[in-house]
Design a binder for this molecule. Structure first.
Ligand code: PLP
Length: 428
């Protein structure tokens, strides 16, 4: 089928609310490592990785080989029967995760994994109230949309009761108008006031992303989560770390994002990079929390042997290349290059990043810091012309998100930096 036919069918048969990047959508056909190819065979450097999902590179041969073999051996069982890939994956997650996290429940997506996390927290604490973060993104179910702190992603208006949103640590646009050097992390301390004034004081849990992804790669200061953790614990709540974007070495140095803040969560939520694109969500809890759910639950596709095999094979690739260390080094190199672009191009208000989760926040001018979603649209078109794929996010749609597969090379990062530089120059 040619490109025009695919676009025609998309318009005719897919819900129009499914948005695409670019004025003229890109129809992709094939992938290999960090490269993607469209229907005309044009090659692109993929620096968004299927929204931080293709962690080990497109069509990585070891993963393809293992999942193909598993598909031909046993493709589906449901959670009613134990299988080797599922228990092996659960064991691996118990080994990789920090603290006492031990038992997993598998689903198909980050949304379901977040649903599961909130459900077990409510069951465990026998409480209903949930604390989330402004600018957070949690998925597309009714509960996940209510947890989300972006009006644009809550568009259905469906609401679940009992969720309150605390301040995030958006230092570039501090909600209190303060600066990091002297603010005393007021945003985190406000959690106490929020619980005291907007809840019964008895909360079930807090759920937050260590680095907000859709929110525009917002990286809290070193003491932020410790303050939040202590307040949440004081009020009897569980701490849930949503690692859907930050998991599996994406932030470098550690396997999971929250480890940068020295926090041991009660529950961790994973998806995206866990299985290199195969549908897989995991909710990992301490035994104490997991064991408190004594009722029946089932997920028809949860822990599917092919997806579990994909996850095991992906983790093996990441372990073999020592992803935490490699991503830390590559991330520092990338950030250095982006900071140089910041010096050159006035569109750039802020550059921030951790590991291979790098962001450029675009502004109308540096003084006002007014967000420029228009500049993001222009940069997208210019980078597309130069065959570089990037992502977008932020409350105002003005934050460029750059997240190549974790197997990217230093040379490819330099290639992307060159293309970004040329694209900014073309916008001037
Ligand atoms: C932090 C976070 N949590 C949850 C989700 C939802 O995951 P999914 O799209 O797999 O349902 C996302 C998706 O972008 C996410 O970024």
């Amino acid at each position: 089928m040619n490109r025009d036919e695919i676009i025609r069918k998309q318009k005719e048969y897919i819900w129009p609310s499914v948005a695409h990047y670019y004025a003229d959508p890109l129809v992709l056909e094939r992938g290999e490592g960090t490269r993607l190819y469209d229907t005309d065979g044009t090659e692109y450097l993929d620096f968004f990785g299927g929204i931080l999902t293709v962690s080990a590179g497109h069509c990585r041969p070891e993963i393809v080989e293992k999942t193909s073999r598993q598909s031909a051996t046993l493709g589906h069982t449901s959670t009613l029967y134990p299988t080797e890939p599922q228990v092996d994956l659960a064991e691996k997650l118990a080994q990789l995760t920090p603290g006492k996290l031990r038992k997993s429940f598998f689903t198909n997506s980050g949304t379901e994994a977040n649903e599961t996390a909130i459900m077990i927290a409510k069951i465990h604490t026998d409480r209903q109230e949930v604390m989330a973060l402004r600018h957070g993104y949690s998925g597309r179910s009714a509960l996940a949309m209510t947890l989300t702190g972006h009006a644009s992603w809550r568009a259905s208006g469906t609401q679940i009761l009992g969720i309150k949103h605390a301040h995030n640590a958006y230092c570039y646009r501090c909600p209190f108008g303060l600066t990091p050097s002297s603010c005393g992390t007021a945003c985190a301390k406000d959690m106490e006031d929020l619980i005291r004034t907007s809840t019964s004081g008895k909360i079930a849990c807090f759920l937050g992303e260590p680095v907000q992804g859709v929110g525009g790669f917002i990286i809290p200061p070193p003491d932020y989560f410790r303050i939040i953790f202590d307040i949440v614990k004081k009020h009897g709540g569980l701490f849930i770390s949503d690692e859907v974007q930050t998991g599996f070495a994406r932030t470098g140095k550690y396997w999971f994002g929250i480890e940068h803040w020295g926090i041991e969560p009660d529950i961790m939520v994973m998806a995206k990079g866990i299985a290199n694109g195969a549908p897989m969500g995991a909710t990992v809890a301490t035994s104490e929390v997991a064991d408190s759910f004594t009722g029946l639950t089932i997920s028809t596709y949860g822990g599917n042997p092919v997806s579990a095999t994909a996850a095991l094979a992906t983790i093996e690739v990441l372990e073999k290349c020592d992803a935490p260390r490699r991503v830390e080094a590559l991330g520092a190199h990338f950030l250095g290059g982006l900071k140089k672009l910041e010096e050159k191009h006035d569109w750039i208000g802020d550059v921030r990043g951790i590991g291979l989760m790098q962001a450029i926040e675009l502004v109308k001018d540096r003084e006002s810091r007014d967000p420029s979603p228009e500049a993001a649209v222009r940069l997208f078109e210019e980078t597309k012309k130069r065959r570089l794929l990037i992502g977008k996010g932020g409350l105002f749609g003005n934050v460029i998100r750059i997240t190549p597969p974790l197997t990217v090379t230093k040379e490819e990062i330099d290639e992307a930096l060159g293309k970004l530089d040329e694209s900014f120059a073309a916008m001037a």
